[in-house]
Write a protein that binds this ligand. Structure first.
Ligand SMILES: [Zn+2]
Length: 485
């Protein structure tokens, strides 16, 4: 095989990166890469376990003199997000990636995701497992499946082959930034049952447009407008003076995105359509002013509309009430880590299903207790309003530990080698670190990685010089773990 990274260091890790890039490994299609890793371990006489979900654990004894030290877990995921450009021909079931190096020293893939998320972790682990001249404690290399579709592989792990009480997670890029916390969360679903009745009255369509949206974890503190909530406020304001039924209501597409658009058709029963239009315009003006510095493109489009059927009045009123009162946005910020959201929720999606309107709400927090509490607030509101509610899809938080020993060691080594102060990083989204913290109580965790960008897009890249520095940091940390008492 011809390697495009020929001449770059670390040569072995980069070759392993290219080797795994030749194996299709989109989420859910990890059987091939898992079998490859099993053979990789067996060829080197290493203990290996592959479970039915294609999670792989490879163990390597400590280097000479370090055999009896406490083990350390290295961790990353095998799967990648299969995104490609429209005009790129690529079969994710059988094609390998075409890697390229840009003029400014970045590794990227031609028209597809690169899978540096999380190929850097896998290639680092392979190089550490392959080399015999390193000093390190016993290693437990944990490579998971289906991370990108909901941390699925990690959540299905039994943990029976893991004995380590500390973990270096490698799914969090940004040299000099060290992952110290990630959010847990769940999904809350609210269903408002309705009956259709024949439509009558004056029809108005209301469309919320022009908002920026963004990721409901990483962007929730930016005070972007939520189209479902804006529509709820408009409908509530109309309901104070006008009597109407809802004919249809929808908004947003994904629970983990702040919704940018929402649509509704209402049928006004008391001849007040002209007043309703005034109320919509007044409310739009108010909200535009409130969002002037965070999401200034809001537009509310109003038109006459017609419908054949509309929801019964009780269901219509329930929906107006819920859309108005459901809490949304940042609920609490962290006082331990600057800029971190500690708890939030996102009224992400409103859909019309057979016989009911459904709300999908994403709850996140760095504390599991807050995830539960906020979800229960939503539950209580929904049930009190006469709707049905269920809570599901719970995933655990990696809460911040101010006394983490492994993080201190990694940050000390970083400072010694670069002269720079490392930064504690935290994400308001779910990671496998949270899953492993829940699986192995007291697990001490830190995350590290190279500078990379464009994850989950065909523009994904990793800086090769940074790839080398982050690898060197990992090796130094493993060496230093042998000096720890
Ligand atoms: Zn990842």
């Amino acid at each position: 095989m011809k390697y495009v990274t020929e001449g770059y260091q670390p040569a072995d890790a980069l070759r392993f990166f290219e080797d795994i890039s030749a194996i299709p490994r989109a989420s859910g299609n990890e059987a091939g890469i898992a079998a490859y890793m099993k053979k990789f371990a067996e060829d080197r006489g290493l203990e290996v376990h592959v479970d039915e979900h294609n999670n792989v654990i490879i163990k390597k004894p400590g280097s000479k003199g370090c055999e009896n030290l406490p083990p350390v877990m290295l961790q990353g995921h095998l799967d990648i997000v299969p995104e490609k450009n429209q005009d790129t021909v690529h079969d994710w079931a059988k094609d390998g990636l075409k890697l390229m190096i840009t003029d400014d020293g970045k590794l990227t893939a031609d028209g597809t995701t690169l899978g540096c998320d999380d190929g850097y972790a896998i290639s680092y682990m392979m190089a550490v497992l392959d080399r015999n001249d390193l000093r390190h404690p016993p290693l437990e290399c944990v490579m998971t499946s289906m991370e990108e579709i909901g941390l699925v592989g990690a959540r299905k792990m039994s943990g029976e082959h893991i004995t380590a009480k500390r973990m270096i997670g490698m799914d969090a890029g940004g040299e000099g930034g060290f992952l110290a916390s990630s959010a847990g969360g769940n999904y809350v679903y609210i269903k408002v049952p309705f009956n259709y009745v024949s439509a009558k009255g004056e029809g108005l369509s209301i469309r919320v447009r022009g908002l920026e949206g963004g990721h409901s974890g990483g962007m929730i503190h930016m005070e972007k407008g939520n189209s479902n909530k804006i529509l709820g406020r408009i409908l509530y304001n109309i309901s104070k003076e006008c009597r109407f039924n809802i004919a249809s209501i929808t908004g947003g597409f994904k629970g983990n995105a702040i919704p940018r658009e929402a649509d509704c058709v209402i049928m006004i029963q008391d001849g007040t359509a002209a007043r309703a239009r005034e109320i919509i315009a007044e409310t739009e003006k108010e909200i535009r002013s409130e969002l002037a510095f965070s999401d200034k493109g809001l537009k509310v489009l109003v038109d006459t509309a017609s419908a054949e059927k509309m929801l019964n009045i009780e269901a219509s009123q329930r929906i107006v009430h819920l859309s108005h009162v459901l809490p949304n946005g940042m609920m609490m910020k962290s006082m331990a880590i600057e800029g971190l959201t500690n708890a939030s929720l996102n009224v992400g999606v409103v859909t019309m299903e057979e016989g009911y309107v459904q709300y999908e709400i994403t709850v996140r927090s760095a504390e599991d207790s807050l995830v539960r509490s906020i979800a229960e607030v939503v539950y209580d509101i929904a049930v009190t309003a006469g709707a049905e509610c269920s809570i599901g899809g719970t995933y655990p938080a990696f809460s911040f530990d101010p006394d983490s020993k492994i993080r201190k060691l990694v940050m000390d080594v970083y400072k010694e080698t670069t002269g720079k102060e490392g930064v504690i990083r935290a994400v308001h989204g779910g990671t496998e670190a949270g899953v492993f913290r829940a699986l192995i109580p007291g697990l001490d965790i830190v995350g590290l990685g190279p500078n990379s960008g464009g994850a989950h897009t065909p523009d994904e890249w990793v800086d090769l010089a940074s790839y080398k520095r982050a690898f060197d940091l990992l090796l130094k940390v493993l060496d230093r773990l042998c000096d720890e008492k």
